[in-house]
Design a protein around this ligand. Structure first.
Ligand code: NAP
Length: 285
């Protein structure tokens, strides 16, 4: 029987995951199909029931359902509890297990770029869903401190508790004129961008939260946005001599971890990166 893996979100047509997950399945000869399920909130109960059937290995869950799917999960792991959101479901017998591979995706992407956050002073721009995974990753990765800058300051404040006792978190506003942000940027080894600014086809396409004068040489600038591959944030960082790291690495690494959980196989990272870059090129064309 050909098995299936679902990508649950809305919309999902733009996603690169089907391209690189199917390439990985095919490369290892796994008889499975990775398919996009574009679902409205009211369709989630039906989707959860489908996921319990024997032909489903599991699912990825993306925006806007990463929290809403939680109520259908039998066994959320500790990461899901910490982040408050899931991105991967694995069916075992008829039970749905869930984890959040965004956290390991962030850490693996940084590790692969020789930018392990251990001991680093980190600035995080944005405080939405993806930012929650960044905070947990920085805590588990042993960052020395974190400053969260967001347009809506209350959302940044809501992330402070995620740092626990290990990771001290300060908050400030995302305005370039904010002296607290300027001071944090001067001391930062790593700057992570998790707003939607600069995303192709988004409302703020072409936008960057920071101009080059806020970065400095030696800093690592990590953008979670991956379309386009060279975002306005990365270009601004590069002008100042900072080291740019695009969001594609996180995307592929989180997907690779999900692949490992569904199939039990070591994910073919090179195949996945190649397929993701090819799919990205067609989106950017
Ligand atoms: P989200 O929950 O909707 O959060 C959006 C964030 O962007 C909030 O902090 C919001 O600030 C901020 N924002 C939106 N418009 C803004 C503007 N005009 N000026 C300043 N700030 C603005 O989104 P998300 O799920 O966290 O995703 C954020 C980004 O990460 C997206 O581009 C997504 O594609 C990317 N992402 C990448 C990966 C990957 O694997 N590489 C994984 C997950 C997400 P307010 O709180 O003030 O509204």
């Amino acid at each position: 029987m050909t098995q299936r893996i679902a990508l649950i979100g809305h919309p999902v047509a733009h996603s690169l995951s089907p391209a690189f997950q199917q390439a990985a399945l095919d490369a290892l000869g796994v008889d499975a199909r990775y398919e996009a399920w574009d679902l409205l909130p009211e369709e989630l109960p039906m989707a959860a029931e489908r996921l319990r059937s024997a032909e489903l290995l599991g699912a990825n869950v993306t925006v806007p359902h990463k929290q809403a799917m939680l109520r259908f999960i039998d066994r959320p792991d500790a990461l899901v509890e910490r982040v408050g959101a899931l991105n991967t479901i694995v069916r075992r017998e008829s039970l749905l297990h869930a984890t959040n591979t965004d956290v390991s995706g962030i850490l693996s992407a940084l590790e692969a770029a020789d930018a392990n956050p251990r001991g680093m002073r980190v600035v995080l721009l944005g405080a939405g869903g993806a930012a929650r995974a960044v905070v947990v990753a920085m805590r588990l990765g042993g960052a020395a401190s974190l400053t969260v800058a967001n347009r809506t300051i209350e959302r940044a404040e809501a992330l402070v508790a995620l740092g626990g006792d290990e990771l001290p978190i300060a908050v400030c506003s995302l305005g370039a004129g904010d002296p607290a942000l300027r001071a944090a940027m001067e001391g930062a080894d790593l700057v992570v961008h998790s707003t939607t600014l600069g995303m192709s086809h988004g409302p703020d396409e072409g936008g960057s939260p920071l101009l080059p004068d806020m970065f400095h040489r030696g800093q690592v600038a990590f953008d979670l946005v991956y379309v386009p591959e060279r975002t306005p944030f990365l270009l601004a960082a590069e002008v100042a001599g900072a080291r740019p790291l695009g969001g594609l690495a996180m995307l592929v690494h989180q997907g690779a971890e999900s692949f490992r959980l569904w199939t039990g196989y070591e994910p073919p990272l090179e195949v996945m990166f190649r397929a993701a870059r090819t799919a990205l090129a067609t989106r950017q064309a």
